[in-house]
Design a binder for this molecule. Structure first.
Ligand code: SF4
Ligand code: SF4
Length: 174
């Protein structure tokens, strides 16, 4: 039995994805498409047909980096990264996780960090992800290169204004 919230989410997903006419521009512009097992435009198509159970068997929504490169290319202004996020939420609500454990661990590391301040702290994510994998020195050689290019900072960014209050308001009360 589906909750009213889930029914609402599904209706919103169908109505948004039904605008898709399968031009494939989203997949063509996706920087991580080679890591995906199903193209983003196929995920959108399956979702528009109400076949999200098939989508849950793919890794694509979990691989999606929410970079928005696809959304800016979409001629129908479909918010593809938001759809990927909602599909992940629906999967988690059903107790489904990606088959690859490293993908799930990265998802957890990323979302835990976002919940701290509304922005990611890449340095902390790298360290935490490696620790969760049990491989503390994985990709360690990338660190100095990113530091030299000023892409990695030891100190976390400032929290988004009002973010912590907002999180408190939406957190379930004990
Ligand atoms: S770019 Fe937009 S319209 Fe084209 S396939 Fe992707 S989601 Fe559909
Ligand atoms: S938001 Fe996701 S699907 Fe879209 S281009 Fe970025 S990684 Fe690919």
């Amino acid at each position: 039995m589906e909750t009213p919230e889930l029914e609402k989410t599904k209706k919103e997903l169908y109505s948004e994805t039904s605008l898709c006419y399968q031009c494939g521009k989203c997949s063509a512009g996706c920087p991580v498409v080679e890591e995906m097992d199903v193209y983003p435009h196929i995920v959108i198509h399956l979702t528009s047909l109400g076949m999200e159970e098939k989508v849950f068997k793919t890794e694509t929504p979990w691989i999606c980096a929410s970079c928005y490169a696809c959304a800016v290319k979409c001629p129908n202004d479909i918010e593809i990264p938001n759809i990927m996020t909602r599909l992940k939420q629906m999967a988690l609500e059903r107790g489904l996780k990606p088959k690859r454990n490293d993908i799930y661990k990265f998802h957890k590391t990323f979302t835990d960090d976002i919940l701290r301040r509304g922005k990611v702290h890449e340095f902390r994510i790298m360290i935490e992800y490696n620790l969760r994998l049990g491989k503390p020195f994985k990709n360690a050689m990338l660190g100095p290169k990113m530091l030299m290019k000023n892409k990695l900072h030891f100190t976390p960014p400032k929290a988004v204004k009002g973010f912590r209050n907002w999180i408190k308001q939406i957190s379930p009360k004990d």
